[in-house]
Design a protein around this ligand. Structure first.
Ligand SMILES: Nc1ncnc2c1ncn2[C@@H]1O[C@H](COP(=O)(O)OP(=O)(O)O)[C@@H](O)[C@H]1O
Ligand SMILES: [Mg+2]
Length: 385
C-alpha cells in the first residue's frame, strides 16, 4: 500500500512541472509550433500564458525530446531570478551550455554581440536555449532592450541558435511591444488554459499508471472544478487516489472525491485561504457574500477571465433559489469585493455601465467552488447541471 501511495505522488504532481513525457497531456499544437521555431534558422519563440497553465512543463518536454538528439542539439533551460541582470543571466546560460564551473571571460564583457559571437564559436551544431520565468526579473531596466538586441543579432546572422522565452503574459508581451523590429523573428505561442479533453487525459494517463479507475462522472467533476488549470486536476486526483489506496480500493468513488475536496481546502495556500475569508467576512450568520462570490467563481468568463455583473444573475439565482432579474441585489457586494477591506479578491476594469470584473488571482475561482462543495453551499449534482 505504501508503495502505491508513494507512486500516486509521482504521477499526480500538483506542485511540480511535468518532466516525464509519458505523463504529459495534450498541447500538441503548442509543441509543434515550438518545433517549428527550432527548425527554422533565425526564428525564436516566446511562450506566454497565465501562471500555472503548463509553460514550464511544455518547455521540459521539449528539452526531453531534444535530449534524444544530443549530437545535433545542445539544449539548456535556465530560470530567471528576481535579482538577475541581463549579464548575470547570460553568465548562467554559458555555464550551463559549456558545462563548466568557470568561464574564461568576465561578466561585464557580456552584451548582445558578445553573446552571438561566443555562441557561434562554441556551438557546432544547433542549440536551443530556454529562458523560463522571464516575468520574475524586475531589477534590470535594460533587460528587455538588451534581450531584443540579442534576438535581432542572432536572427540577422542566421545562426542555428533558438531562444525560447517563457513567462507570464503581460510581461513578455512588453518585449514585443517595445521592439517591433524583432517581431518577425519571434513566433508568439500562447498557452491557453487546458481543454476538457486535455485535462481528462491527465487523469486517464495517471490512473492507467496506477492501475486504478474512476467513474466518468467523477472525472468530469474534477475537470469542471479545475476550470482549465491543470494543477487543480493533479491536486484532486492525487488526494482522491490516495484516499482510495488507503482503503485498498482500486476504483475511486464519490466518497474519495469528497475527501479529496476537503483535503484540498485544508491544504490550500494560506494566501488564498486568507483572501477568501477576508472577502466573505460578516458578523451576521446569514449573509449573501459567500453565494455571490461562488456565483462569480462559476460564471462563464471570457478568455481574459473577465465577466459582467449581469452574468452573475443566473448562477446566483440557482444558488439562492430565487430569480434575479437585475443586478441591484448584489451590485454592492461585487463592488466591495474590489476593495481592500474585502481582500481585493476581484478587480474592476472599464468604465461605468461597462464594468468588467475579474478575480485578481486566477487560482481563486476553483478554490471557491471546492470550498463551496465542502461547506455544502452547492453539491456535486448541482454543479454538473
Ligand atoms: N501538459 C500537461 N500534462 C499534465 N500535467 C500538466 C501539463 N501541463 C502542466 N501540468 C501540471 O500543471 C501544473 C502547472 O504546470 P507548470 O508547467 O508548472 O505551469 P507554469 O509553468 O505555466 O506555471 C503542474 O502541476 C504540472 O504538473
Ligand atoms: Mg513555470
Amino acid at each position: 500500500m505504501i508503495l502505491r501511495f508513494m507512486q500516486s505522488g509521482q504521477v499526480f504532481t500538483p506542485s511540480a512541472p511535468i518532466n516525464n513525457q509519458d505523463l504529459f497531456a495534450g498541447r500538441v499544437n503548442q509543441l509543434n509550433r515550438l518545433f517549428g521555431a527550432v527548425s527554422q534558422r533565425g526564428q525564436h519563440a516566446i511562450l506566454f500564458g497565465e501562471r500555472g497553465v503548463g509553460k514550464t512543463s511544455l518547455a521540459n518536454v521539449l528539452l526531453n525530446i531534444l535530449s534524444g538528439y544530443k549530437e545535433q542539439f545542445k539544449s539548456v533551460i535556465v530560470n530567471c531570478d528576481t535579482e538577475d541582470r541581463f549579464d548575470q543571466l547570460w553568465y548562467k546560460i554559458f555555464l550551463e551550455l559549456e558545462n563548466t564551473q568557470v568561464l574564461d571571460f568576465e561578466m561585464h564583457q557580456i552584451n548582445p554581440e558578445f553573446i552571438r559571437v561566443r555562441l557561434q564559436r562554441q556551438i557546432t551544431g544547433s542549440a536551443v536555449i530556454i529562458i523560463d520565468e522571464m516575468d520574475r526579473l524586475n531589477r534590470d531596466p535594460n533587460f528587455t532592450s538588451l534581450m531584443a538586441d540579442t534576438i535581432k543579432t542572432l536572427s540577422d546572422h542566421s545562426t542555428n541558435i533558438t531562444l525560447i522565452l517563457v513567462g507570464v503574459a503581460n510581461h513578455v508581451e512588453e518585449l514585443i511591444a517595445e521592439h517591433l523590429s524583432i517581431e518577425r523573428a519571434l513566433i508568439q505561442i500562447q498557452m491557453p488554459r487546458m481543454s476538457h479533453d486535455e485535462l481528462t487525459e491527465i487523469i486517464r494517463k495517471g490512473l492507467e499508471r496506477l492501475s486504478m479507475t474512476m467513474e466518468q462522472t467523477l472525472i468530469q467533476a474534477i475537470v469542471f472544478l479545475s476550470q482549465g488549470l491543470p494543477n487543480y486536476v493533479h491536486l484532486l486526483a492525487l488526494y482522491a487516489s490516495q484516499s482510495a489506496i488507503r482503503e485498498n480500493i482500486s476504483n475511486i468513488n464519490v466518497d474519495h472525491l469528497s475527501k479529496a475536496i476537503k483535503q484540498a481546502c485544508e491544504n490550500a495556500q494560506h494566501s488564498i485561504m486568507r483572501t477568501y475569508s477576508t472577502s466573505i467576512f460578516s458578523s451576521r450568520q446569514e449573509t449573501i457574500y459567500p453565494k455571490v462570490l461562488l456565483a462569480c467563481a462559476l460564471v462563464k468568463k471570457d478568455e481574459t477571465g473577465c465577466f459582467r455583473a449581469v452574468d452573475v444573475r443566473e448562477p446566483l439565482s440557482k444558488l439562492v433559489g430565487k430569480k434575479y432579474t437585475t443586478t441591484s441585489a448584489f451590485n454592492r457586494q461585487l463592488n466591495q469585493f474590489c476593495e481592500e477591506a474585502r481582500g481585493n479578491i476581484l478587480e474592476k476594469k472599464g468604465v461605468e455601465r461597462h464594468y468588467r470584473f475579474r478575480f485578481t488571482n486566477a487560482m481563486m475561482p476553483p478554490y471557491i467552488v471546492i470550498e463551496g462543495l465542502r461547506t455544502g453551499i452547492i453539491n456535486l449534482e448541482q454543479l454538473q447541471s
